[in-house]
Design a protein around this ligand. Sequence first.
Ligand code: PLP
Length: 394
Amino acid sequence: MTSQSATPSTEGASRAERLASLPLRHDLRGKSPYGAPQIDVPIALNTNENTHPVPQDVQDAIVAEVSRVVGTLNRYPDREFTQLRRELAEYLGHGLDQDNIWAANGSNEILQQLMQAFGGPGRRVLAFVPSYSMYPLLSAGTNTEFIPGVRAEDFTLSAESAAAQVREHRPSIVLLCSPNNPTGTALEDDVVDAVYRAGEESNTVVVVDEAYAEFSRFPERTALRLLEGRPRLVVSRTMSKAFALAGARIGYFAAAPEIADAVRLVRLPYHLSAVTQATALAALRHRTTLLADVADIRMQRDRIVDDLKRMELDPAESDSNFVFFGGGIDAPTLWQDLLDRGVLIRDVGIPGHLRVTAGTEEETTAFLDGVRAHLEDRSAAARDSETEQDPANR
Ligand SMILES: Cc1ncc(COP(=O)(O)O)c(C=O)c1O
């Protein structure tokens, strides 16, 4: 909006004052939007994207599939994206069929639709922090109270503790992030099962957010195995990470068919465009090529863990495409030093810790070299200051 279009009463007011003058919902006042820094740097390892470009033959297949639907864009797309649900079910396996599948514009929209359907005013959503930073924002957007559940000091979550917190808070929804963002490690089945059973009395919907499942050290240990006989369990997935399609915005879930019926009540009609459906189908049909890079990303991730350990830092074991690490670092200083070297990673606001996405081999090398140089500079500075303080040198 230009300044000419401002109303007379807000002329000269700051942007924040103009926002405050609008009839914004009371529960949204003072809130900040999602804000991972978008800084133009040579090496961006801050938002857990797949930094490997989409292979040329998959690009060609996507273009061909999209060009097939371009002539029909005067019409609304298949509102039920039936073919896509069928092929997603086939990809997931575990005896699932199209009635078990739902898709949306990224798993963020999946989570938002679940919160619209099962959350809302007077209801609570429980997640175990630190976890994905969008959970509280999606809660705020749907006017659902966010309960920050606790983890152990080492960020792990036991079945007993998780179940006790579900019984205490009786939330409408529990969000279990596995592998967890930002800490990187996957949950054991017993935690999911204990949370599900603890939510029996409060009829709690349990969402396992498996955005990073394909990167796991044990990809077969997915909550998809637990869906049978658990009608309140939902497993959320995305094509943004392993499938390298963050820009295409495709997320999906697997659950009992009635969960999909619930989100049908809140989704916008035709929310998944024909272009999105075509892109997703082409990617799924070329998944062997597309997912081939997952092995390399896992290798780079393990290399980060090993090298950081060698530098006497403290990386968490990771089942994802990123590594969360601490170990006596001054997080803001290291973050800035890496940025000065052209490498952007993520300060997730947990004192003494940072998170880095596993990149290509070259990107990962640049990150590791940057950390090594930072630690060497720090040791040299500490040695210099010791020498200065030594009375023998005065
Ligand atoms: C744990 C987790 N869930 C969901 C998402 C959302 O991904 P998308 O909306 O791109 O599918 C992310 C993105 O970083 C994430 O880290």
